[in-house]
Design a protein around this ligand. Structure first.
Ligand SMILES: *Cc1c(COP(=O)(O)O)cnc(C)c1O
Length: 344
């Protein structure tokens, strides 16, 4: 529970753990714009080391990490090839046009995976043609916002295609530790196929605030300047970085519990009359289902659950999503399923 409710809207609702609160209280801090915050520096280096990259940069949000990555990788007017339903396209308020000035070349896809032949076709081949834009970046997510995990083979294939044309890859790794957990590999195995990666600390990893962008030393030095341009130079951020350290060191190890709970919830919800549960879409901590012949509409279900101290989102694109995290126990899942059954 969080503040007395079972909250299934997202893993972003997780609150900092007691250990995080304690670490925040005693963290050494300094002015990070002067380079004096040793806790922020330690967190950036830890993230870089875990990802097998040279350097990292603390950001207040995943959106800012992504947008600074675009701002740093691409020139104004250059194209970014990316899935048409990804976070950068759908959930970042058009920032790529405003900040990086990028042209987004969106790729239709199934299950978030851009077909390689389409990506190859979309890469601009002739830099001397003054009519055409040039391709500045390829980006995609792992895991994606729909809870799907890209395989290592897919990541490798995209990387080798990009290398043929000298195009960098940015990986939106908001939930990269969930993906690594599903694939059963060290996160470095995924990170090796991208030039830059953004990681969220405040989703399933429970930190109150924060994201880290990692990449080469040179890339991160440029990104630090870009972050300053949009007003993202922050002062005593060690208080936040202290929680981030615990997020990376400890919370990454427990994500399998959220995945197991989501699998259990998918199985239990499958026995509720009127629901169509997309069990093959359950890979990480998300369960997707349709209110097929369920007597309540999405809005009625949201209201009914709220009366019973369960907070959920309404349907999006005709699809309901329940998300598990550190503050949803197996017993609480049973409570939720029982509530769903009661009205079925
Ligand atoms: C959550 C998320 C982000 C960043 O969101 P913030 O709320 O800014 O931290 C970026 N990409 C994906 C795929 C996400 O799920």
């Amino acid at each position: 529970m969080i503040n007395g409710s079972i909250d299934l809207r997202s893993d972003t609702v997780t609150v900092p753990t007691q250990e995080m609160r304690q670490a925040m209280l005693t963290a050494p801090v300094g002015d990070d714009v002067y380079g004096d915050d040793t806790t922020a520096k330690a967190l950036e280096q830890l993230a870089a080391d875990m990802m097998g990259k040279e350097a990292g940069l603390f950001m207040p949000s995943g959106v800012m990490s992504n947008q600074i990555a675009l701002f740093t990788h691409v020139q104004r007017g250059q194209e970014v090839i990316l899935p048409d339903n990804c976070h950068i396209v759908v959930h970042e308020a058009g920032a790529a046009a405003i900040i990086a000035g990028a042209q987004l070349r969106t790729v239709q896809n199934r299950n978030g995976e851009m077909p390689l032949d389409v990506v190859a076709h979309y890469i601009r081949k002739d830099p001397n043609d003054i009519h055409q834009p040039t391709t500045g970046l390829i980006t995609y997510e792992n895991a994606d916002s729909d809870g799907q995990v890209r395989s290592l083979t897919y990541m490798q294939n995209i990387k080798s295609l990009a290398e043929q044309y000298n195009i960098p890859i940015h990986l939106d790794g908001a939930r990269i530790f969930n993906a690594a957990t599903v694939l059963g590999v060290d996160v470095k195995e995924l990170a090796q196929y991208a030039d830059s990666i953004s990681i969220c600390l405040s989703k399933g990893l429970c930190a109150p605030v924060g994201s880290i962008l990692v990449g080469s030393r040179e890339f991160i030095a440029q990104a630090r300047r870009k972050r300053k341009i949009i007003g993202g130079g922050m002062r005593q951020i060690g208080v936040l970085a202290a929680a981030g350290m615990i997020a990376l060191k400890e919370m990454t190890k427990r994500l399998y519990e959220d995945h197991e709970n989501a699998a259990y919830m998918a199985e239990q919800l499958s026995s509720v009359k009127g629901l169509e549960v997309y069990r093959d879409r359950q890979q990480i901590n998300m369960v997707f289902f349709k209110l097929k012949d369920y007597p309540l509409s999405s809005a009625e279900l949201v209201a009914y659950m709220a009366e019973n101290n369960v907070i959920i989102n309404g349907e999006d694109n005709g699809m309901m999503r329940f998300v598990t995290h550190k503050y949803v126990s197996k017993d609480e899942i049973d409570t939720v399923v029982a509530l769903m059954k009661k009205r079925a």
